[in-house]
Design a protein around this ligand. Structure first.
Ligand SMILES: NC(=O)C1=CN([C@@H]2O[C@H](COP(=O)(O)OP(=O)(O)OC[C@H]3O[C@@H](n4cnc5c(N)ncnc54)[C@H](O)[C@@H]3O)[C@@H](O)[C@H]2O)C=CC1
Ligand SMILES: O=C([O-])CC(=O)C(=O)O
Length: 350
C-alpha cells in the first residue's frame, strides 16, 4: 500500500489547510506529471523544489541550475514521496533536464537589491530567460512554461517571441506567475478585516511591478467593504510588498519563501487542471486580446491544455479604473522592452 499521500496529508494539514487538497490521496492521479525547475538552486528554487517534491501529483522532478543542483537534488531525493528527483547542472545538461516535461517553472535570474526596480534586472534576466525558453522550444515544445523571473511584465513577452520564432508558440501555455500578489492581497485584507486568510480571495490584475499590480478590492470574496483610507493603504501595500521584503532583507535578496509557496500553489493548480479537475482558477499574466495590452494578468481558467480562457477583469470600481489608467504607461513600456529585446536576441542567434 502506498501510505505516502496519507502521511503527507497529515503533515501538510498541520502546516496549512490551504495545501491539504494537494496532498490528499484522492488528488494523487495515476498519471504523475513531469515538472522541471530552472534555477533550482536559488533562493526561490530550493524551497519551491521542496514543496513540489511533497506533491503526489508529480512523478518526476527535474532540477536545473548553472550551479549546486547535484547537492540540492541528492538532499531532496531522500524524502519519502512519489516524485523521482534528477539533478542537472550546466548548459550541456539543460536539454536532458527538459525532455518530456509537462510543466517548466523558471525562477532563474538575479533578484533585486534595495533601491532597484524590477526593471533594473532586465539586462541580466532577459538573456537568461531567452536562453532557457529557447531550450524549452527545442526539448519540450508542448510544456506549460511558468515564468517567475523578473521583470515578469517583459520576460513573458520575450518567452512568447522566442517560441513564436521556433514555431512552437501556444499562448495557452506561457504564463507569468503573479500568484504572490494574490497571496499577499489575501493576507493583508484578512489582517485588516479580522478574517481567516485561507478563506479570502482577492483577484489581482495588470502586471507584476509597482503601479501595474492592480488589486481588485471591490471583488474580494467573501465580500467586504473598505473605507477610502483602507483602499489606499491596502492597494499601496500590495503594490509595494515586494519592495517591503527587499528592504527588510537589506541587500541579501527579495521574497523567496513566500514566492516558493506562491509558485507551488500555481504549479499544483496547473497540474490538477491538466489531470482533469474542473473549475481551477488562478491569476496569471498571459497574452491578451481583450484590451489594449498584448499581455495582461487576469484570473485564468486552467484545463487539460493549459489556460482555457481568461475570466476577464469583471466590473471595475471607479478606484480600480484609476489604478488601471496609472498602470498603462509602465505596462506598455515593459511590453515594448520585451519585444525590442527579443528582436535583437533572435537576430543575433540567426
Ligand atoms: N514573480 C514573482 O512574483 C517573483 C519573482 N522573483 C524573481 O525570481 C528570480 C529569482 O530570485 P531568487 O531565487 O531570489 O534569486 P537567487 O539569486 O537566489 O537564485 C537564482 C538562481 O538562478 C540561477 N541561474 C542564474 N542563471 C541561470 C541560468 N542561465 N540557468 C539556470 N539557472 C540560472 C542561479 O544560479 C541561482 O541559483 C529573480 O529574478 C526575482 O526577481 C522573486 C520573487 C517574486
Ligand atoms: O520585489 C521583487 O523584486 C521580487 C518580486 O517580484 C516580489 O516579491 O513580488
Amino acid at each position: 500500500m502506498n501510505k505516502t499521500p496519507i502521511l503527507l496529508g497529515s503533515l501538510i494539514s498541520r502546516i496549512s489547510p490551504n495545501l491539504i487538497r494537494y496532498a490528499s490521496s484522492s488528488s494523487a492521479s495515476s498519471t504523475g506529471r513531469k515538472v522541471a525547475v530552472l534555477g533550482a538552486s536559488g533562493g526561490i528554487g530550493q524551497p519551491l523544489s521542496l514543496l513540489l517534491k511533497l506533491s503526489p501529483l508529480i512523478s518526476d522532478l527535474s532540477l536545473y541550475d548553472i550551479q549546486h543542483t547535484k547537492g540540492v537534488g541528492a538532499d531532496l531525493s531522500h524524502i519519502e514521496t512519489r516524485a523521482k528527483v534528477k539533478a542537472y547542472v550546466g548548459k550541456e545538461e539543460l536539454g536532458n533536464a527538459l525532455k518530456g516535461m509537462d510543466l517548466v517553472v523558471i525562477p532563474a535570474g538575479v533578484p533585486r537589491k534595495p533601491g532597484m526596480t524590477r526593471d533594473d534586472l532586465f539586462n541580466t534576466n532577459a538573456t537568461i530567460v531567452a536562453d532557457l525558453v529557447s531550450a524549452c522550444a527545442k526539448n519540450c515544445p508542448r510544456a506549460i512554461i511558468a515564468i517567475i523571473a523578473n521583470p515578469v511584465n517583459s520576460t513573458v513577452v520575450i518567452a512568447a517571441e522566442i517560441l513564436k520564432a521556433n514555431n512552437v508558440y501556444d499562448e495557452k501555455k506561457v504564463v507569468g506567475v503573479t500568484t504572490l500578489d494574490v497571496v499577499r492581497a489575501a493576507t493583508f485584507v484578512a489582517e485588516a478585516k479580522g478574517l481567516d486568510p485561507t478563506k479570502v480571495n482577492v483577484p489581482v490584475i495588470g502586471g507584476h511591478s509597482g503601479n501595474t499590480i492592480i488589486p481588485l478590492l471591490s471583488q474580494v470574496s467573501p465580500p467586504v467593504s473598505f473605507s477610502q483610507q483602507e483602499l489606499d493603504s491596502l492597494s499601496t501595500r500590495i503594490q509595494n510588498a515586494g519592495t517591503e521584503v527587499v528592504e527588510a532583507k537589506a541587500g541579501t535578496g527579495s521574497a523567496t519563501l513566500s514566492m516558493a509557496h506562491a509558485g507551488a500553489r500555481f504549479s499544483f493548480s496547473v497540474l490538477e487542471a491538466l489531470s482533469g479537475k474542473q473549475g481551477v482558477v488562478e491569476c496569471g499574466y498571459i497574452a491578451s486580446h481583450d484590451g489594449e495590452f498584448s499581455h495582461f494578468a487576469t484570473p485564468l481558467l486552467f484545463g487539460r491544455n493549459g489556460v482555457e480562457k481568461s475570466m476577464g477583469t469583471g466590473k471595475l470600481s471607479d478606484y480600480e479604473k484609476k489604478l488601471l489608467e496609472k498602470a498603462k504607461k509602465e505596462l506598455n513600456t515593459n511590453i515594448q522592452s520585451g519585444l525590442t529585446f527579443a528582436k535583437q536576441y533572435l537576430a543575433k542567434s540567426k
